[in-house]
Design a protein around this ligand. Structure first.
Ligand code: HEC
Length: 115
């Protein structure tokens, strides 16, 4: 069922034109955003409360989908972008939404390869 809804979500994403990471160019001058000064703060604050927990405390976040390190963030960069960057707001699912400005920073950081 979970897998089915993921496939449905992906199909919907394509038809609705959800912005993808490859749609966004890294600025020509590069980015000053790094994992240290932005990425891990954003992910810890907004994502790891579910994705970084064990078992039942994950609130349904799929096992194996976690963002504890820069390597994790890079490995999941496309999916993080589609769920949380720029105007993509399906993650986090809760009422505590990150600021639009932070979603823009996330887009830039990911577009530049999540350095
Ligand atoms: C309140 C708990 C919660 C928080 C906080 C949360 N997630 Fe999730 N996440 C879930 C649940 C539940 C699912 C499975 C259902 C789904 O995919 O919508 C999921 C699934 C995912 C997936 C796997 C499905 C896919 O799209 O490939 C990704 C990636 C993801 N979340 C990214 C994030 C990011 C990035 C953040 C922070 C900006 C975040 N999540 C914050 C609960 C959470």
């Amino acid at each position: 069922m979970k897998r089915l809804s993921l496939i449905a979500f992906l199909a919907l994403g394509c038809t609705l034109g959800i912005e993808q990471r490859q749609d966004r160019a890294c600025p020509p001058q590069g980015t000053s955003l790094t994992y240290q000064n932005f990425g891990h703060l954003f992910l810890d604050r907004n994502c790891q409360g579910c994705h970084g927990r064990a078992g039942d405390s994950r609130n349904g976040a799929p096992t194996g989908v976690g963002f504890a390190t820069r390597q994790d963030a890079q490995a999941w960069a496309d999916r993080i972008y589609m769920r949380s960057a720029a105007n993509n707001t399906s993650m986090p699912p809760g009422p505590l939404d990150p600021a639009a400005e932070d979603r823009e920073k996330l887009a830039e950081w990911l577009a530049c390869g999540a350095p």
